[in-house]
Design a protein around this ligand. Structure first.
Ligand SMILES: [Mg+2]
Ligand SMILES: [Zn+2]
Length: 279
């Protein structure tokens, strides 16, 4: 069964609300960290869309198709790419196989294994990505980390009866910084507020955001001084944070810990709280 996770809470059809029904205060001692992970170039060491394109005849897309890309309209462009692949006989099994073989970023499997070994009261793990449900679900299931993720926020995708992967935008928003189909800041802000309400008003111990791309900069701006942004070193998110820190000192509030490997997220136990930080 394909399960869609992006039916965000409108009071009627919310996945979280249906599951939990009523807000619940967390048990005593629940001082959990909330960690958001991007997918492409963060969990995996490639861009999943680029990997799938390698299945095209000759290993690349024709120029006329590439020329249809418009800035800020990447989701619509990828819809055309997936239609092209389907027209050229690329099947669901082929796409799944390509996705499953994408290597993880260095050290990320060890980090996720550690998080998976901890009790749920320590960490709450969420994925927020501009890839799509089919790619992320396929990779996480194959890698054995799907149960770790409480929610996956990404563009919905499903195979239609003709075997074509149909992709849709995640939502619409008014943020001028982000592509038309997804503002991750809106997702992060809504999720933190929603879960804090469900937790009877108790905030998370820390909010951590791990990413690499330009579209991971916007959500990292929602973090507060006790939170931490983990930008992949020398990738666009890192550069945007550095530019803001130079141009507007103090504007970027969160701690910043650049990472190159999952090993940069050294973990130590500090009393009862698990602290995810760099030594
Ligand atoms: Mg990314
Ligand atoms: Zn935005």
């Amino acid at each position: 069964m394909i399960q869609y996770y992006n039916e965000w809470c409108n009071g009627l059809r919310c996945y979280m609300c249906l599951r939990t029904n009523m807000p619940e205060a967390p048990p005593p001692g629940d001082r959990r960290f909330l960690i958001f992970f991007d997918f492409d170039e963060t969990l995996v060491d490639e861009t999943s869309d680029d990997m799938v394109v390698q299945a095209a005849p000759g290993g690349s897309l024709p120029g006329w198709l590439k020329d249809t890309y418009r800035a800020g309209q990447y989701n619509q462009y990828m819809q055309r790419v997936l239609a092209y692949l389907s027209e050229h006989g690329i099947t669901q099994a082929t796409i799944r196989s390509i996705i499953e073989q994408i290597p993880a970023c260095p050290g990320i499997p060890a980090l996720l294994s550690y998080l998976q070994s901890r009790p749920p009261r320590d960490f709450e793990i969420v994925c927020v990505s501009d890839a799509n449900t089919f790619f992320i679900e396929s990779w996480l299931q194959h890698a054995g980390f799907r149960p770790l993720f409480l929610r996956i926020f990404t563009n919905p995708a499903h195979f239609d009866p003709d075997g074509q992967l149909q992709l849709l935008p995640y939502h619409s928003h008014g943020c001028p910084r982000c592509p038309s189909n997804m503002c991750k800041a809106e997702i992060v802000r809504d999720y933190v507020a929603h879960r804090t309400r469900q937790r009877g008003g108790r905030p998370f111990e820390r909010v951590l955001y791990v990413g690499d791309g330009a579209n991971d900069f916007c959500p990292s701006l929602t973090l507060s001084p006790q939170d931490t942004a983990f930008p992949r070193r020398d990738f666009p998110m890192h550069k945007l944070i550095q530019e803001m820190s130079e141009a507007q000192p103090g504007r970027f509030q969160a701690n910043v810990v650049p990472w190159s490997s999952g090993e940069d997220f050294s973990i130590r136990l500090n009393g009862k709280a698990c602290v995810l930080t760099r030594h």
